[in-house]
Every structure is written in structure tokens, then in C-alpha cells.
Design a protein around this ligand. Structure first.
Ligand code: SDX
Length: 428
């Protein structure tokens, strides 16, 4: 028997159906709430509000569980390639060898960016933040790839998906190379996805560049860990923009902009800058823990800590923390901020302010330490997050379209002035 939730308001009782997902998450279906009761709900930041049903990613914040299409993040990070995970998120199943070869070959053949897009680069100051450049260039892709003539919607969408996955690493590296005054590198079709990205990032015409397999493997894990995270801020942005029938490039561009915020994907850059400040200030982590506890007066926040959903360890942070030790020792890198990060974690997790608020390290707390060891500059950290999150944004946008979700349009509670008469200027 379908369950119902009873609501009594203004002396009247109402019933609303409840539903339960495959992982036993429960919801009240309030699709008819306003029609039935005249009330809307208020839920700032959507902390208690489900925006959709989705079959892509499941996470359990209390238990620290994360699964993409039913596969554990631990399994995928240890055994899969990033493009396999991209295919899994977007098409719902791990690809067969044939499906993977077709997918990977299509991506290889679309890595070139229209030369006219390089002219857009020239309009940016060389010190422009690469997230702003990336968001602008991805939006510009809608001008270069308007709706394909003919072909079914699936063919159109599949080609746009390939173009995004293929060209975003190229665009990302170009903003970095331009900021250094180095020549922008072209993709090489003989290289795999991640080595191609590393080659475009670091190779110079004056010497051969050899991809370090340790670096490539570390990046493979990091991109997988960032690939999707159900209805987070930037993914919800992609879905909301796409719900108006805006094209996929504009939707993804909006997601990149949302991710840039320091409370979201921009936190990985903030974490390293915070750790560097603590190092420069003598490395006294307890001083910064106290500052974070008095955030209302100090305005200081411990970046990389806390999460809207995880009230336990972020499973990605656990994997990244272990990988940080492993990668840095393999690369022979001794980065003092890693020890500061561990000290900060230790101090915070033994302090009631953090324990009572269930504030644990999140995905951004250790990721920057590995990116830095790989030679990635700090202002490119969030770009790496975007490259990782791209398949998730695409998968969620595609699911939203296939489910024919209605245009997103939340309600509000108005608290402004009630009706009043206009007074001409000379009477004010
Ligand atoms: C990502 O949603 C996702 O899935 C995102 C993400 C993904 O993969 O897409 O996981 C990626 O964005 C990770 C989060 C990266 N952001 C940061 O590291 C920034 C620092 N963290 C916070 O700003 C905060 O924890 C949020 C934004 C992540 C979550 O904010 P919430 O859920 O709105 O929680 P809140 O701000 O209401 O905090 C609750 C309490 C407050 O104290 P009180 O008002 O109860 O006294 O905890 C405190 C906050 O002041 N608090 C912190 C803190 N985070 C929360 N205090 C000190 N340092 C922090 N980092």
C-alpha cells in the first residue's frame, strides 16, 4: 500500500504520497501542496528538498558512501579509467571494449578547437583566472556548434557530448600556457586522454616532454573522484539552465561558473592558499582552528572542511589523503603543507566545535596538495575539478532532458513593501 504523509494546517488535514528510492531514501511528494493547501515550503539552500529523481549517483552522508551507477567510488578509483567512468555516468553502464574504443576514438578525433576560438583568448588579460576563461569559451562553443542539421536528437547530443569531453582539456591548457607566455600546444591524437592533457599543459617546443606514469595515474584517480556528486550546487545549476531548453554548452558553462565559488569547487584553491598562510605564520594550526571556531568575529573559515551532505568523512577525501602520501613519495616531493594539513585535520577532529557540527575534511582538503606535486599551478586547481566533473554535469543534463523535467522555477515568500501609491519626483 502506498504510504502517505498527513499534514494538518488551518484546521484541515491533507495527505501527500511518499516515495522511497532504491537506496531507501524517503520523500514526501508535495507536487500538489500549493494547489491543495495554498502553502509553499521554504527551505533556504534546499537543505531538505529533493529537486528530482536520479539514477546516476548515490551518496550517503551519514555513512560516507559514494557510488556512481551502483559502483563504489573506491572500486572505480582503483580499477577504472576516467573515460570508462565518464561513459558509465553518461550512458549508465560500463562500456564493452567495443563501446569504449568507439567512445575514446571519437573523443580523440574532436580534441582540436576551432582556430577562431583562439582569437577569443586574445581578448582576455593574460592573468585572467582560467575558470572565467573556461566558462566563457565553453559558452562560446554554442556559437561554433549550433544545432546540427538533421540526425536524431540522440545523434546531436552524443556529438555535443564528445565535443565537450574532447575540447575542454585543450581549452583549459591554453589559458594556462597563455598566462605563462608559452605557445599553446595542440592535442596529439596518438596520446591517451590524460597524457594528452599533460602534454598540452607542460610540453614546450624546445625540448621533449615525457609523461610520468605516476602523474598520469594520480590524475586519473583525481578526475574519477570528482566526476559526479548528485545534486550539488554546480550540477543543480546545469540542470536548472538546461531545464529552460538552453543548449548543453550554455548549461555546462553555467555549471563551471557555479563551481568557481570558494564555497564549492573553488575551495581547493582556497585550501592551498590557507595552508600556505599557516605555514608562513609559523605553522601553528591550533591558532587557525580557534579562528575558525570564532568565524563570526574572525570571518575565517577552514576551507576544505565541512559539507552540506557528508556528516562523516568524505570518502573521496580518504582516498585522496592516502594518495597524497603515495604520490609525493613516488615523485620524491616533500611538501611541508601536507604535514600542516594533517596537523590541522588532527586538531579539528579533536575539537568539539568541529565534532559537534560534524565537520570533516571534504574532497578539496587534500586534492590541492597532489595537484601541486603534479606541477599544476594553484589557479588551475578548480579547472581540474571542472574537467573531472564534466561527465557528471553531462550525465545529469542528459537525464534531466530524457526525463522531460519541467522548467525549474522555485517559489518564494515575499517580504517586501505592500501596495503603495507612486509619488512624482517633485513630491519626494
Ligand atoms: C564541494 O555539495 C557537494 O556535493 C559539493 C562537492 C561536490 O563534489 O560537488 O562535494 C564539492 O563544494 C565541497 C565543499 C567545499 N567547500 C569548502 O571547503 C568551504 C568550507 N566549507 C563550508 O563553507 C561549508 O562547510 C559548506 C559550504 C561546504 C557547507 O555549508 P552548509 O551545509 O551550509 O553548512 P553551514 O555553512 O550552515 O555550517 C554549519 C555550521 C556553521 O556554524 P553555526 O552557524 O552552526 O555556528 O558549521 C560551521 C558554520 O559556521 N562551518 C564551518 C565550516 N563549515 C561549516 N566552520 C569553520 N570552518 C568550516 N569549513
Amino acid at each position: 500500500m502506498a504510504n502517505t504523509a498527513e499534514l494538518t494546517v488551518d484546521g484541515k488535514s491533507y495527505s501527500f504520497p511518499t516515495l522511497e528510492g532504491t537506496e531507501h531514501e524517503k520523500a514526501f511528494d508535495i507536487s500538489n501542496l500549493r494547489d491543495q493547501t495554498g502553502y509553499v515550503t521554504l527551505d533556504r539552500g534546499y537543505k531538505n528538498t529533493g529537486a528530482t529523481k536520479s539514477a546516476i549517483t548515490f551518496l550517503d552522508g551519514e555513512l560516507g558512501i559514494l557510488q556512481y551507477r551502483g559502483y563504489s567510488i573506491e572500486d572505480l578509483a582503483a580499477k577504472a579509467s576516467f573515460l570508462e567512468v565518464a561513459y558509465l555516468l553518461i550512458y549508465g553502464e560500463l562500456p564493452t571494449k567495443e563501446e569504449f574504443n568507439t567512445f575514446e576514438t571519437a573523443i580523440r578525433r574532436h580534441t582540436l578547437v576551432n582556430e577562431d576560438m583562439r582569437k577569443i583568448f586574445d581578448g582576455f588579460p593574460v592573468n585572467a583566472h582560467p575558470m572565467g576563461v573556461l566558462s566563457s569559451l565553453v559558452s562560446a562553443m554554442s556559437a561554433f556548434y549550433p544545432d546540427l542539421q538533421g540526425g536524431s536528437d540522440e545523434d546531436k547530443t552524443d556529438l555535443h557530448i564528445i565535443r565537450l569531453l574532447a575540447k575542454i582539456p585543450t581549452i583549459a591548457t591554453w589559458s594556462y600556457k597563455r598566462s605563462l607566455g608559452h605557445p599553446m600546444n595542440y592535442p596529439k591524437n596518438q596520446l591517451d586522454y590524460i597524457p594528452n592533457f599533460l602534454n598540452m599543459m607542460f610540453s614546450l617546443p624546445v625540448e621533449d616532454y615525457k609523461v610520468d606514469p605516476v602523474v598520469a595515474e594520480a590524475l586519473n584517480v583525481l578526475l574519477i573522484l570528482h566526476a559526479d556528486h548528485e545534486q550539488n550546487c554546480s550540477t543543480s545549476t546545469v540542470r536548472l539552465v538546461g531545464s529552460s531548453q538552453a543548449n548543453i554548452y550554455s548549461s555546462i558553462s553555467a555549471g563551471i561558473s557555479a563551481l568557481w565559488g570558494p564555497l564549492h569547487g573553488g575551495a581547493n584553491q582556497e585550501v592551498i592558499e590557507m595552508l600556505e598562510d599557516i605555514k608562513a605564520d609559523g605553522g601553528d594550526v591550533s591558532k587557525y582552528v580557534e579562528m575558525a571556531k570564532n568565524a563570526k568575529t574572525t570571518g575565517f573559515r577552514l576551507f576544505g572542511f565541512g559539507h552540506r551532505v557528508y556528516k562523516n568523512f568524505d570518502p573521496r577525501a580518504k582516498i585522496i589523503k592516502k594518495a597524497a602520501d603515495d604520490v609525493l613519495s613516488k615523485l620524491g616531493v616533500n611538501d611541508p603543507v601536507l604535514e600542516i594539513a594533517k596537523g590541522l585535520e588532527e586538531a579539528a577532529l579533536h575539537d568539539d566545535y568541529f565534532v559537534s557540527r560534524k565537520l570533516y575534511p571534504n574532497v578539496d582538503f587534500y586534492s590541492g596538495i597532489i595537484y601541486r606535486a603534479l606541477g599544476i599551478p594553484t589557479n588551475m586547481f578548480t579547472v581540474l575539478f571542472a574537467i573531472g566533473r564534466l561527465p557528471g554535469w553531462i550525465a545529469q543534463w542528459k537525464e534531466m532532458r530524457e526525463q522531460k523535467e519541467p522548467i525549474g522555477r522555485p517559489r518564494q515568500i515575499y517580504t517586501g513593501a505592500t501596495l503603495r501609491e507612486f509619488k512624482p519626483l517633485d513630491q519626494r
